[in-house]
Design a protein around this ligand. Structure first.
Ligand SMILES: Nc1nc2c(ncn2[C@@H]2O[C@H](COP(=O)(O)OP(=O)(O)OP(=O)(O)O)[C@@H](O)[C@H]2O)c(=O)[nH]1
Ligand SMILES: [Mg+2]
Length: 362
C-alpha cells in the first residue's frame, strides 16, 4: 500500500486548502472518499524533488518518475460538542491506518470563515488535539489491559504471551498518563511488534502545519510543540494553492513579492520522510530518471526488490554513486573515472540519495 499522510485538525483550519497547496490539485478536483463526507484522498507526486530534477537534467532522460504519496484529508475534529467528538471517534479508525499525521492549525484571519471555538489560537488547538490523542490511546490500551487481566486468570495456552503483553501495555499506559509519547518508552523489537497492531495515535509521527494568510508570511510562531511532534512548518495555504495555477515565471514573481521563499511540497515531504524513517534512492538513465522510497537502514537487496522481485532474486551487485559525488563529477562517466562508482553487495545499507544501477541475472 502507498505511504499515506493524514491531514487533520480543527474545523475550518484550512486542511483542504493545505492539501491542495501541497498536491497542486485544485479543491474542486479533489476526489472525495465518501460522497458528502468532506474528506478527500489525493495523490501527491513529489515533483519538487530537486535531486530528481538534477538527474533528469544530467541524463537528459525521456521522462522522470517521482515518488508519490497519498494525502487523506479528514473533516474537522470538533471537540467542542458531543456530536463532533462522536464524529471524530468514527474517523480516528481511518487516521490510525495512516503512516504520518499532519495537524493543520489556523493562524490566518478571515472574517468570512467561521472560527473554531470563536478564537484563533494555534497553540490552544494543538494542545487540545494532542491531549485528545493521548486520551484516545489510553482508552484503547485500558480496554485491552482489562481483557488481559481477566484472561491471565484462566489456564489458557496464551497465558505467558498475555502476561508479556500486559506488562508492556501497563508501561505504555503509565507513559500516556504522564503525557509522554510512546517512542520514549523503552520497547524491544518483540514488544514493538505486539504494539503495532494497536496503531496508537501517539505512536505515529506527527507534524504540524501553521496555516497563515499571505500577510503573515515571515511572522514567527513560537509554538510549544511538546515531545510528540516531530516537526513544524508555516504554510500560506490559500496563497500557495493559487500559485499552482500560475506559470512558473509568474509564480516566481508572486512568491518574491509575498516573501515566500519556496513551495511547501518539498519541505513537507522532506520532513515527512525523516519523521517516518524513509529515504529516497534513485535510478537514472536515458529513458527514465526515477526516485524510489525505501525504509531507512534497508539493504541493497531490499532496494532492488522495490523495483522488481526478479532484480532482488537475481541480485549480483549494486553499482552505486552518491548524488553529491555524481553532481560534483558532472557526469556518470567522470564519476566512474574518479572511482566514485562503488560496487556494493546485497548487504550494503543504502544511503539517502544513492544513485544505483542494479546488476542481476535471472
Ligand atoms: N484568508 C484565508 N483564508 C483561508 C486560508 N486557508 C483557508 N482559507 C479559507 O478558509 C475556508 C476553510 O478552508 P478549508 O480548507 O475548507 O478548511 P478545512 O479545515 O478543510 O475545513 P473543514 O474540512 O470544514 O474542517 C475556505 O473558505 C478557505 O478559502 C488562508 O490561509 N487565508
Ligand atoms: Mg476540509
Amino acid at each position: 500500500m502507498a505511504v499515506r499522510f493524514a491531514i487533520i485538525g480543527p474545523p475550518y483550519s484550512g486542511k483542504t486548502t493545505v492539501l491542495s497547496a501541497i498536491s497542486g490539485i485544485a479543491v474542486e478536483e479533489l476526489p472525495e472518499v465518501q460522497p458528502g463526507s468532506g474528506s478527500h484522498l489525493a495523490t501527491v507526486r513529489y515533483l519538487q524533488d530537486q535531486r530528481l530534477q538534477a538527474l533528469h537534467g544530467m541524463y537528459n532522460s525521456k521522462k522522470t518518475t517521482p515518488v508519490s504519496f497519498e494525502l487523506m484529508d479528514f473533516a474537522g475534529f470538533d471537540l467542542s460538542t458531543a456530536s463532533g467528538r462522536e464524529q471524530m471517534r468514527r474517523q480516528v479508525a481511518d487516521v490510525r491506518q495512516c503512516d504520518l499525521l499532519i495537524i493543520v492549525l489556523r493562524a490566518f484571519k478571515d472574517e468570512t470563515t467561521p472560527m473554531y471555538r470563536d478564537r484563533i489560537d494555534p497553540q490552544g488547538d494543538l494542545d487540545e488535539l494532542t491531549e485528545e490523542f493521548v486520551f484516545a490511546d489510553m482508552e484503547q490500551v485500558t480496554r485491552r489491559i482489562e481483557k488481559l487481566e481477566a484472561s491471565i486468570k484462566k489456564p489458557l495456552a496464551t497465558r505467558e504471551q498475555d502476561k508479556k503483553e500486559l506488562d508492556l501495555l501497563k508501561r505504555c499506559l503509565a507513559a500516556l498518563e504522564q503525557g509522554k509519547p510512546l517512542d520514549q518508552v523503552p520497547i524491544n523489537a518483540e514488544e514493538m511488534k505486539m504494539l503495532k497492531g494497536f496503531t496508537l495515535l501517539t505512536q505515529h509521527p506527527l507534524l504540524v502545519i501553521v496555516n497563515v494568510g499571505e500577510d503573515q508570511v515571515g511572522e514567527v510562531f513560537d509554538l510549544k510543540l511538546g515531545p510528540m511532534i516531530k516537526g513544524s512548518m508555516v504554510v500560506a495555504g490559500k496563497f500557495e494553492q493559487e500559485l499552482w495555477q500560475l506559470s512558473e515565471e509568474d509564480r516566481g514573481t508572486f512568491m518574491s513579492e509575498a516573501g515566500v521563499k519556496e513551495m511547501s511540497q518539498d519541505r513537507l515531504i522532506q520532513m515527512g520522510l525523516k519523521g517516518m524513517g524513509y529515504i529516497l534512492f534513485y535510478t537514472s538513465g536515458e529513458d527514465d530518471a526515477r526516485a524510489w522510497l525505501l525504509e531507512e537502514g534497508a539493504k541493497a537487496v531490499v532496494a532492488a526488490g522495490k523495483i522488481h522481485s526478479d532484480i532482488a532474486r537475481g541480485f549480483i551487485r549494486a553499482e552505486t554513486m552518491s548524488f553529491e559525488d555524481l553532481m560534483s563529477c558532472g557526469s556518470e562517466k567522470e564519476a566512474k573515472a574518479q572511482g566514485k562508482r562503488r560496487l556494493e553487495g546485497k548487504d550494503y545499507i543504502v544511503k539517502d540519495g544513492d544513485v544505483i544501477e542494479f546488476r542481476f541475472n535471472v
